[in-house]
Design a binder for this molecule. Structure first.
Ligand code: ZN
Ligand code: ZN
Length: 137
């Protein structure tokens, strides 16, 4: 039986699942997220490693050092290039950060905060959520 939440890359080569709806859901405007996602911001959320299962395919991981100096592995589909999740987060041990856009039914997974708002571009309006200039404390 599949878990409550299912997710995949754009081509369907990579599929993964998790049960628990996330508590930490962030819209991040940092330069790393802009560069890696190709957009103004990235929306992602934390899933406990032991609730996270890859059910199809083998993502390719790119090890990356964020501007914070902490390491992480950005995982993407080797076939279509979609960014799907981030693992081995030195700053958040035990968590996988999942890209919101990969979730099949993201209803109910809504951002709780915006962070690195100092990098928000002028045309992007703040959401009606707690705002953090940098990383939330
Ligand atoms: Zn793919
Ligand atoms: Zn970021």
């Amino acid at each position: 039986m599949s878990k409550k939440n299912t997710a995949q890359c754009a081509c369907g080569e990579i599929k993964f699942e998790f049960d628990k709806d996330p508590d930490f859901v962030a819209v991040c405007h940092c330069l790393d997220c802009k560069r890696a996602s190709g957009g103004e911001a990235a929306t992602f959320f934390g899933v406990q490693e032991d609730d996270f299962v890859i059910t199809r395919g083998k993502p390719k991981a790119f090890h990356y050092t964020a501007q914070s100096g902490k390491g992480l592995d950005r995982n993407f589909c080797p076939n279509c290039g979609s960014r799907v999740f981030t693992t081995n987060l030195e700053s958040f041990p035990g968590l996988v950060f999942v890209a919101l856009g990969s979730v099949d039914s993201p209803l109910g997974i809504e951002p709780k905060l915006e962070m690195f708002t100092k990098r928000r571009l002028g045309w992007a309006d703040p959401l009606d959520l707690p705002q953090f200039e940098n990383m939330p404390e």
